[in-house]
Design a protein around this ligand. Structure first.
Ligand code: ASP
Length: 428
């Protein structure tokens, strides 16, 4: 007897997304937004907590195993250098695209004075409180901070200090390679088991993804003031166009020419990762699924996914960087501050650094934008202007962030010949 064909997860998530949006819109139009906030939103928050729960142990465990399994230090430094270089280069290109498109289209020019002051007053309180949380930025401090005094503290903070965890894990992995095998082996096996178990947790939790996504999207739509989209429409679409352009002119060619995968196979496989990134606005929460999909669907070996992806989720944020480029130009245009090309170069540098330091959780990209603005003397209060549409842009830029990590993992796996036997890789 023919079994009815099961709907694949990404279709289920997509359906949940559309119906969540419809439910959120209908309920808030009927005056029942509170119903969504009180009863639906918590389901989304529960789902986010469940997928975030494994991020910290997974980053530590998979990086330790990833590095410890590269016995050859030369190979490790080769893969490490290539990974860093690709991450930095794609980020710099992303900001450049953002700057070019914002300069060409001028989304901040001609914004009505009344709209400007409305936006400023509407969000001035939230922005003030966000700015007062913002520590003074110093490159030296930032770099020193990467080395944790106590890695257990980094692991134990609420969302984990990822950059510090990555640093410790890399060192631990290298050290395990340099101590006698019989001592290193149980440690590596422990972390290896922990990696597999955390990924298994994600596979289980993902079964509930359609419900979680439904709730998350319904809550975003019920909270979102669509009126805001009108005055900020041009800015919004310039960011979206930049993100789409980055995927089309950077990622697609990288997959087509630098990896053994076809563009179609790649995007088909990672669609559920993208949907989860979009719904959760968090690269960290999406990391475990990204690792699972890259390994099982794209056939990339754990050696690569365990190293390249956690590193990428922590330091590689092309979508965030691109958005920061557009936002900086937009705010400068609204304030009537001309940006000389040397200042735009400063934006490329600071936004690259800022995106490395951006925590992979919702909304942090906008806070780090303050650093970019300050570097070119744009008043940081300017973020009030873009606050209203940031929630949705966060969803989109996070989608690009995780896609970039998977692209680099595919390229590195191809160059290092680290794919599982996967005879149909080019044929799908
Ligand atoms: N939410 C983004 C991420 O997790 C970071 C940001 O741009 O706010 O990738």
């Amino acid at each position: 007897m023919n079994q009815p064909k099961k709907l694949s997860l990404h279709w289920k998530i997509l359906i949940a997304m559309v119906s969540g949006a419809a439910a959120g819109a209908l309920l808030s139009a009927a005056g029942y937004a509170w119903l969504v906030t009180d009863y639906v939103k918590p389901v989304g928050s529960l789902f986010i907590r469940l997928i975030s729960m494994v991020a910290v142990p997974l980053v530590l465990a998979s990086l330790v195993v990833g590095v410890a399994s590269m016995k050859d230090l030369k190979k490790l430094s080769r893969i490490g250098t290539k990974t860093f270089a690709l991450y930095l280069a794609t980020t710099a290109v992303a900001i450049t695209i953002g700057l070019l498109i914002a300069n060409l289209t001028g989304p901040g020019k001609g914004l009505d004075d009344s709209v400007k002051s409305q936006l400023r007053t509407e969000y001035s309180d939230v922005v003030k409180s966000k700015l007062s949380d913002q520590p003074q930025f110093s490159v030296t401090e930032q770099l020193l901070d990467i080395v944790p005094y106590n890695p257990f503290h980094s692991l134990a903070t609420e969302r984990g200090e990822m950059l510090q965890i990555v640093f410790f894990a890399l060192f631990l992995g290298i050290a395990l390679n340099r101590i006698p095998h019989e001592k290193a082996e149980p440690v590596v096996r422990f972390f290896d088991g922990l990696t597999d178990a955390t990924i298994k947790i994600i596979e289980l939790v993902m079964k509930a993804a359609p419900y979680g996504v439904f709730a998350l999207i319904a809550a975003v739509i019920a909270d979102f003031g669509f009126e805001i989209l009108l005055p900020l429409g041009k800015y919004f679409f310039v960011v979206v166009a930049g993100l789409v352009l980055h995927v089309l002119i950077v990622y697609a060619p990288m997959i087509a020419f630098l990896s053994k995968l076809t563009v179609r196979k790649f995007f088909k496989a990672i669609s559920e990762v993208q949907l989860l990134a979009f719904s959760s606005s968090s690269s960290a929460a999406t990391l475990p699924l990204n690792m699972d999909v890259c390994q099982k669907k794209l056939g990339i070996k754990e050696e690569v996914t365990g190293f390249v992806l956690p590193l990428g989720a922590t330091i590689n944020m092309d979508g965030t960087a691109l958005y920061q480029g557009v936002a900086a130009v937009f705010i400068a245009q609204v304030y009537g501050i001309p940006l000389h090309w040397s200042e735009q170069l400063t934006i490329i540098l600071t936004a690259t650094l800022a995106s490395i330091g951006t925590a992979a959780v919702p909304g942090v990209g906008m806070i780090m934008l303050v650093i970019v603005l300050q570097s070119v003397h744009i008043p940081p209060e300017g973020i009030a202007l873009i606050f209203g549409v940031d929630r949705v842009l966060d969803m989109l830029r996070t989608t690009v962030n995780v896609t970039g990590d998977a692209v680099v993992a595919s390229v590195i796996a191809t160059q290092e010949n680290l794919f599982e036997e996967n005879p149909d890789a080019k044929t799908i």
